[in-house]
Design a protein around this ligand. Sequence first.
Ligand SMILES: [Zn+2]
Ligand SMILES: [Zn+2]
Length: 248
Amino acid sequence: MKIYFLGTNGWYDSETGYTLCTLIDCKDYYIILDAGNGIYKLDEYIKEDKPIYLFISHVHIDHISGLHVLDKFNFKQGLDIYVPAEKRKALEVFKNSPYTKSFKKFNYRVDIHDVIEGENKMPFEFLSKKLLHTDESFGYRFLLDAKTITYSTDTSICENDLELSKNADLLIHECTYKPGLPPSNWGHSTPNQVAKMAKDANVKKLVLTHFAADLYPELKLRDEAEKIAKDIFKNTVAAKDGLTIELS
Ligand SMILES: [Zn+2]
Ligand SMILES: [Zn+2]
């Protein structure tokens, strides 16, 4: 299984990268995590006709702006989008005129489905929990190819975050803030906080992503965050656009 980090910025695109989008290429599916602007690269990676599922954490613009780009693709197998049920209405507005071309007019099928908090059965069994963010976000825990992958953004460290992460083979977690004290209570995390939680949760590997474009204007600042996180939890990587992780 391969995980491609197509966009790793929080808030806006900048020289350091595009807004958030991650692609998991596993045996039976393609799974896309959030639809920031990094999503435009998808056709470089999606070459097979496996089902494609896109999971939205919440509808802040840096997580859905890439929906505007979907008409670039022609996925023969269609696309199924999973969104927290409470955010469904907002997404329905955003994926239509006058904001973008209606999905109904695409050359391929796009369907939207609700995610509920707790155990979900479709399109396969996965767990979702509410996180701690200014506008509620859902974290996800998947079992794919016998590996547990947790995706947690945007959020402060919280009990649900910890529960979703317990013993995960891979934790993909936001790292909006710089090391030290959180500069606001918007609901984001520092590298120190995430590393400590990864350790407490006994995860095997941690990838930090969603680095705020304003707080991390240069990539070397991500290296510094990685170093600080590594002192707390050794198996940490700070993602940059183009990072590929292989999980086997
Ligand atoms: Zn965000
Ligand atoms: Zn957000």
